[in-house]
Unconditional design. Sequence first.
Lengths: 113, 116
Amino acid sequence: DTGVSQNPRHKITKRGQNVTFRCDPISEHNRLYWYRQTLGQGPEFLTYFQNEAQLEKSRLLSDRFSAERPKGSFSTLEIQRTEQGDSAMYLCATLKEDNSPLHFGNGTRLTVT
Amino acid sequence: AQSVTQPDIHITVSEGASLELRCNYSYGATPYLFWYVQSPGQGLQLLLKYFSGDTLVQGIKGFEAEFKRSQSSFNLRKPSVHWSDAAEYFCAVGDILTGGGNKLTFGTGTQLKVEL
């Protein structure tokens, strides 16, 4: 159990640029969640996958955001035309099955200048 | 819609003193409830969870929490705080109907400082 891995740890980008984050889940963890955490707040749900299927998306996930999990293993979260309001910590979390613990990665901190 | 309120933004306790962090939730049915801890620059670690059954839940690192339906509360307690417990603590409620109970709504967190 090597833990949920997120890359990069930090990303600084200029407004208007596209960014992509990656999340590698713990082996055999079928469910994968993305959360966003802004300074001084708790994490907010963005979307989740059951294997490769994206089952739910939050209204926070505007058209500029897209998440994929093509083979049911790693997942990517892309933000197009970044805005300063996108600056946040993006957290990935995975679990094996219902009622098992949710394991969080250390997050990717995005700064949009 | 579900919500979580953590009324204390900051709490300072002396090492060895007891601790209680407050959490109130709003949810239409029997909730899934969680407490997570986050150290600076890190992800969240699960301390304990309540799904059903015994309303007093034991977690890791000596923490416990009690589910009180009548008060819509799930307060976190520890009898004797250690300096390493300094961190931010988040209470969360899980949506049973979607997300398999792990589509979580978090409170705004309580920052715990421990004085030596």
